[in-house]
Design a protein around this ligand. Structure first.
Ligand SMILES: NC(=O)c1ccc[n+]([C@@H]2O[C@H](COP(=O)([O-])OP(=O)(O)OC[C@H]3O[C@@H](n4cnc5c(N)ncnc54)[C@H](OP(=O)(O)O)[C@@H]3O)[C@@H](O)[C@H]2O)c1
Length: 183
């Protein structure tokens, strides 16, 4: 069955995504939004993003791209009560092939980081992005060209108590003009 793949991210004004392996901001409401979207889904991520998680996230499958997982990556996977929820893949093709073999219709999210958003650009039909209207110190940036020519499906201001000094908008982007490919 063809599957839709979506991407979810939060970024600063200049595409800031991360600093020292973590998020550059603290907005619990954005984490709640992430949770609401991804619970029950298969999450595709890069090894650096896996390393940024203190522990596996509940009720979600973690599919991790790595050319060679470290001992600590595997050890963290072992802390998951349902070990089958954590899988490592050496290539994008292996991920796509495994998705085709999945029997159920769970949703699929690419959750980052920058390398993996870029890698799955062609496969993602929708991008759910929190745009913070502020600059941040960062060492990892979203490849902004990925959003060029994408249709804006909806825009909503985030009215969150934690947003004291700047605004944020939640924007859903659709496919590029040439349309998404399905898996
Ligand atoms: N703001 C947000 O929404 C958001 C979301 C996610 C992450 N982040 C932040 O982003 C940062 C991490 O992003 P990142 O771009 O540095 O790293 P990343 O995309 O999470 O992971 C990169 C790693 O993925 C593996 N990889 C990449 N391409 C591959 C391929 N074609 N085949 C197999 N493996 C591949 C490699 O792991 P190996 O070296 O093991 O081979 C590579 O080092 C962190 O600061 C994190 O907190 C922010």
């Amino acid at each position: 069955m063809p599957r839709e793949i979506r991407a979810i991210a939060a970024m600063g004004l200049n595409g800031e995504l991360g600093l020292n392996g973590h998020l550059p901001w603290k907005h619990p409401e954005d984490l709640e939004l992430f949770k609401a979207h991804t619970q029950g889904s298969i999450m595709i991520m890069g090894a650096q993003t896996w390393r940024s998680l203190p522990k596996p996230l509940a009720l979600r499958d973690h599919w991790i791209l790595s050319t060679g997982p470290r001992e600590s990556d595997l050890a963290k996977a072992q802390t998951c009560a349902q070990k089958e929820r954590i899988r490592f893949f050496a290539t994008k093709d292996a991920v796509l092939s495994a998705l085709r073999e999945e029997p159920d219709s769970r949703s699929v999210f690419v959750i980052g980081g920058a390398q993996i958003y870029k890698l799955f650009e062609q496969e993602c039909s929708e991008w759910i992005i929190t745009h913070f209207q502020s600059s941040f110190k960062a060492d990892c940036f979203f490849p902004m060209d990925l959003l060029n020519q994408r249709l804006v499906l909806s825009t909503q201001e985030c009215l969150w108590p934690s947003l004291e000094h700047y605004k944020a908008h939640l924007i859903h982007y659709g496919a590029k003009n040439d349309g998404p490919s399905t898996v």
